[in-house]
Design a protein around this ligand. Structure first.
Ligand SMILES: Cc1ncc(COP(=O)(O)O)c(C=O)c1O
Length: 376
C-alpha cells in the first residue's frame, strides 16, 4: 500500500507554472480512466463551463480546451479565426512578438504595430494606423499582461477602438486570466486565450480559448490552417461528442477542476487583491534596497515585475538563481533584450510572508556580492 507523503513546498517566483496548493496536486491522483468515458466528458464540461463564468455568460460564450501549453491556445485562435482579412498585432513585448511570429508562420496578412515595452499603447496612433488601413483589418490581437515586462495593456480601451471599427479583438490573457478581472462582453473581446497553470493555479498541460458561441460557429466558413489546433473542429467535436478530439491531459484536467473550485472560493477580485498585496510589498522592498523596476506603477499588472539588475560587478543572474534555488525559491531571468533585468512573479499559492522571505534573502545576496546601496 502506498502512503501519500506531504509534498515539499517550493516558492515559484517565475511567471508560471505557479506554486500550487496540495489539494490541487493531490487532485491528480485518481483512478485510471479512459478519457472517452462519458464520466470524463462530464468533468470537462463542468470545468469549461465554470471557466467560462469567470469571463462571461456560459449561454453566450464557450471555453474550448486543448491539450498543450498556453501557446497552443494563442496559435489556435490566430490560425483559425482570421479569414481573408488582415490581422493587426500590437507588439509591445516578447508575447506580442510571438503572436506576430505565429501570424507569419501561417502566412496571414499581418500588420505589426510596435509599441514601447514599458509604456501604455498610444491610442491615437493606434486609431490612426487602423484608419489608414480602412476596412482591411478584420482582427486585432493584443496581450493583456505582457509577461516579459509586467505591462498591463488597457483592453477596455482597445476593445472600444475595435468596436467602433467592427474589428474582432483577440486577447492573449495568459498571465492575467484568473486574477485581473475580465468581462468579455463589456471589453468587446471575441477570442481570449489562457492556460491552466498561471493564475488559475492548476497544473501545466491544458490551454483554452474562450469565445462567443456565434464567433465559434462562424469559424466553420474558414478553412483550417492547422489540423490539431483547428478551433472550429475542437469546438464542434466537443459539442457533438462531449470529448476532446485527441487525448486530453487527464490528470491535469482533474487538477484544473480543483483549481477552479479554489478560485471560485477565493473569488477573482480577492485573488487579485492577494496578488496586489504581495506586489506592493515586493516593490516597496526593492525600493528600500535601491532597486528599480521597468514599468511604472500606474501601468503595472501587479502580476510580474521586471527588475533592473543591481549595478554591481559581482552580480550574476545564474549565481543569484542558484543561491535562491538552494533555499527552494525560483527566481526568473529577464526577457526584454533591451535592458538588463530579472523577473519576479507574485502569482500562485503564495502569501506576503513568501515575499518577505524573498526580500530578506535578496538583501543577504546583495550584501554577499558587495552591492553598494545607500539603503542596504
Ligand atoms: C502572455 C503570454 N502568452 C503566451 C505564453 C506562452 O505560454 P506557454 O509557455 O504555456 O506556451 C505566456 C507564457 O508565459 C505568456 O505569459
Amino acid at each position: 500500500m502506498i502512503t501519500i507523503q506531504p509534498v515539499k513546498r517550493r516558492i515559484l517566483l517565475n511567471p508560471g507554472p505557479a506554486t500550487t496548493t496540495d489539494s490541487v496536486k493531490l487532485a491528480q491522483i485518481v483512478p485510471d480512466i479512459c478519457p472517452r468515458e462519458e464520466e470524463f466528458g462530464e468533468v470537462m464540461k463542468d470545468v469549461t463551463e465554470r471557466i467560462t463564468k469567470f469571463a462571461g455568460d456560459p449561454e453566450q460564450y464557450t471555453t474550448v480546451l486543448f491539450g498543450g501549453s498556453g501557446t497552443a491556445a494563442v496559435e489556435a485562435i490566430i490560425s483559425s479565426a482570421v479569414g481573408i482579412g488582415g490581422i493587426f498585432i500590437i507588439n509591445n513585448g516578447a508575447y506580442g512578438n510571438r503572436m506576430c511570429e505565429i501570424a507569419e508562420t501561417y502566412g496571414l496578412k499581418m500588420t505589426e504595430f510596435k509599441s514601447p515595452s514599458d509604456q501604455p499603447v498610444n491610442i491615437e496612433k493606434l486609431e490612426e494606423e487602423l484608419d489608414r488601413r480602412n476596412g482591411k483589418i478584420t482582427h486585432l490581437a493584443v496581450v493583456h499582461c505582457e509577461t516579459s515586462t509586467g505591462l498591463l495593456n488597457d483592453i477596455k480601451l482597445i476593445g472600444q477602438v475595435c468596436r467602433q471599427r467592427g474589428i474582432k479583438l483577440i486577447v492573449d490573457a495568459m498571465s492575467s486570466f484568473g486574477a485581473v478581472p475580465v468581462n468579455m462582453k463589456e471589453m468587446n473581446i471575441s477570442f481570449l486565450a489562457a492556460s491552466s497553470n498561471k493564475n488559475l493555479q492548476g497544473m501545466a498541460g491544458a490551454a483554452f480559448v474562450i469565445a462567443e458561441n456565434t464567433e465559434l460557429e462562424d469559424l466553420n466558413y474558414i478553412k483550417p490552417r492547422s489540423y490539431y489546433l483547428s478551433l472550429f473542429d475542437q469546438y464542434s467535436f466537443f459539442k457533438k461528442y462531449g470529448q476532446m478530439r485527441f487525448t486530453p491531459p487527464v490528470q491535469t484536467i482533474y487538477a484544473l477542476e480543483q483549481a477552479v473550485t479554489e478560485l471560485e472560493d477565493e473569488g477573482i477580485s480577492n485573488r487579485y487583491k492577494r496578488y496586489s498585496g504581495m506586489w506592493q510589498k515586493l516593490v516597496l522592498g526593492l525600493k528600500e534596497m535601491g532597486l528599480t523596476h521597468q514599468v511604472k506603477k500606474e501601468n503595472h499588472s501587479r502580476i510580474v515585475t521586471s527588475i533592473m539588475e543591481p549595478d554591481c560587478p559581482a552580480y550574476s543572474f545564474p549565481e543569484m538563481h542558484d543561491f535562491f534555488k538552494e533555499k527552494d525559491i525560483t527566481v526568473y531571468p529577464g526577457k526584454t533584450g533591451e535592458e538588463n533585468t530579472f523577473r519576479i512573479a507574485n502569482i500562485g499559492d503564495l502569501h506576503e510572508r513568501d515575499i518577505d522571505e524573498f526580500l530578506f534573502l535578496l538583501k543577504s545576496y546583495l550584501r554577499i556580492i558587495g552591492y553598494q546601496s545607500k539603503t542596504l
